[in-house]
Design a protein around this ligand. Structure first.
Ligand SMILES: Cc1cc2nc3c(=O)[nH]c(=O)nc-3n(C[C@H](O)[C@H](O)[C@H](O)COP(=O)(O)OP(=O)(O)OC[C@H]3O[C@@H](n4cnc5c(N)ncnc54)[C@H](O)[C@@H]3O)c2cc1C
Length: 495
């Protein structure tokens, strides 16, 4: 029997993970990417001779699961990362604390308890819950090859808000300790405690800055793809399928460049709404459309990028700034509530000269102003868009210089990106992480109503880049079965 012909739609962190796993399992894989290059939000861009990130600034997991994931994929050289400090500032209460780089899980707990002594019992309960969730999550240690269990935990049934109330957490301590809700963009009043806790474990344990952002990961993927004979097609979009065959499958894919691909199975690693639009009409059943309508989007970000004059005192790290302690309002983009993450970084420019740069991402409600023009070219011409961007860029810089007065007059904006910029890529709604996590709501992931179609889905266990990669591991495991999955893991030499 010939190799199973498999298409992976999308080449972000989720797509490249699935493509490598499926090829290592013996499939003949084609990756289809509508952008001109692979990587999705792993991609970086160049301004004034410097590289900047789009959607991969920092991550947890570099001392454990991320390292394992990269090893199994054969991308070890992309596992270099620097542990960074995390400064958390709450403007309305004046709380300002820094968790030193490499504090580790319990060290972070100690700093939090020192800063919010009255909330220490609640914080201990939070850290214990986070630890328990992480240790009981299947796939958080790839060396564990016991058959996949999909147990329901009590934390799957409890929202973050309910958990906080049950342990008597105060608002300031709750916002500081849950500041990583920025990393999933789902409201604490709705998000499952288990989902929130998995992100928290990574951030508490080993917050790290991947060296070179997504560049080494993309480069290593391209090298492995060539070795494994993965056909990578960029600059071409998968077009909607028109009909299923007698077996309820679609085996011929048409691409926007006019080419045609035969496939036994198709994996979608794109926003669920985008994937569903590619299904043939008869597969878009009323129940699927109802489910889709129930999903709401995570928060969106406005990004701005700055160069800091050489000679300015500068300490790399993450700064998480909150305008107030109402995390629901912040993530919803309600009223004047917002939060901004600043990644302060020293990195060589293209000539090897070290530079200080800041990437800032401020929460915004997903969705677009009525005047928003549909294409980048038209938006560039629109003075309203220019004003909107200039105003927010200035506000972001003003908050930063209030925290670091030494940056005053020494901060130069070099680029901006709004949720509208994201809309030109994926997800189409401009949200940062795709759909929001809502406690008790099933995820749209796994088999689709066309028998040979699978949705890898974002944020199944964890959001972000690591989440997209782990979601692909989970979907791969279910699609190829335990035996093949275990063989691929064992062949990597990890267990
Ligand atoms: C501003 C911002 C900052 C972020 N910061 C971080 C961070 O610091 N750390 C972190 O871990 N996460 C961060 N994230 C989240 C993270 O970037 C994403 O969760 C993750 O990269 C998603 O990966 P993915 O593979 O699911 O999707 P994507 O990276 O979006 O990849 C999907 C790909 O599919 C392609 N595509 C779509 N439709 C089609 C089609 N029909 N045919 C062919 N190709 C198609 C798209 O062009 C895209 O390349 C951030 C996100 C944003 C927006």
């Amino acid at each position: 029997m010939g190799k199973l012909r498999t298409i992976v739609v999308g080449s972000g962190a989720g797509g490249i993970t699935l493509a490598l796993l499926l090829a290592r399992a013996g499939r003949q894989v084609t990756v289809v990417e509508s952008q001109s290059a692979v990587g999705g939000y792993l991609r970086r861009f160049t301004r004034e001779g410097m590289r900047f990130d789009t959607g991969f600034h920092f991550s947890g997991g570099y001392t454990n699961i991320m390292r394992q994931v990269l090893h199994v994929l054969g991308l070890d050289e992309a596992s270099r990362a620097d542990l960074i400090p995390n400064r958390i500032v709450l403007r309305n209460t004046g709380d300002d604390l820094t968790i030193p780089a490499g504090s580790g899980f319990r060290g972070t707990e100690a700093v939090m308890c020192d800063s919010f002594a009255g909330d220490a019992p609640a914080l201990h309960a939070l850290f214990d819950a986070v630890d328990a969730v992480w240790k009981s999550t299947p796939m958080c240690d790839l060396r564990d090859l016991t058959p996949l269990r999909l147990d329901i935990s009590p934390y799957d049934m409890q929202t973050v808000g309910d958990f906080y109330r049950s342990v008597g957490m105060g608002p300031a301590a709750g916002t500081a300790a849950g500041s990583f809700a920025m990393c999933h963009g789902s409201l604490p009043s709705e998000a499952a405690m288990s989902f929130h806790a998995r992100v928290g474990y990574g951030i508490f344990d080993d917050l790290a800055r991947p060296a070179g952002g997504g560049d080494p990961l993309i480069a290593a993927f391209l090298r492995e793809a060539e070795k494994l004979d993965i056909d990578v097609r960029t600059g071409t979009t998968l077009l909607p399928f028109t009909e299923t065959d007698a077996d309820g499958e679609c085996r011929t894919a048409l691409l926007s460049d006019g080419s045609r691909l035969d496939a036994d199975q198709v994996f979608f690693t794109i926003h669920p709404a985008s994937a569903c639009e590619l299904l043939p009409e008869q597969a878009r059943t009323p129940s699927l459309c109802r489910r889709l309508r129930r999903f709401r989007d995570s928060t969106a970000f406005f990004c701005s990028y700055y160069v800091v004059d050489e000679g300015t005192p500068f300490t790399p790290g993450l700064v998480s700034f909150f305008s107030d302690t109402d995390m629901d309002a912040i993530l919803e983009g309600a009223g004047s509530s917002y939060s901004t993450g600043y990644l302060l970084e020293r990195e060589p420019d293209l000539h090897g000269k070290m530079c200080s740069v800041v990437a800032a991402f401020r929460t915004m409600r997903p969705g677009f102003p009525e005047w928003a023009a549909p294409t980048p070219a038209l938006r560039r011409e629109d003075p309203r868009y220019r004003e909107f961007k200039a105003e927010i860029t200035e506000e972001i810089a003003a908050d930063l210089t209030a925290l670091y007065p030494e940056f005053k007059g020494r901060l130069r904006p070099v680029a901006t990106g709004s949720p509208l910029t994201c809309r030109d890529y994926d997800p189409p709604t401009g949200s940062a992480y795709g759909v929001r996590n809502v406690c008790g709501q099933a995820r749209l992931c796994g088999r689709l109503p066309v028998r040979n179609f699978v949705l890898a889905g974002q944020s199944v266990l964890v959001p972000g880049v690591m989440g997209a990669m782990l979601a692909s591991f989970t979907v791969f495991r279910q699609a190829v079965g335990e035996e093949t999955y275990c063989r691929v893991i064992r062949d990597s030499g990890i267990s």
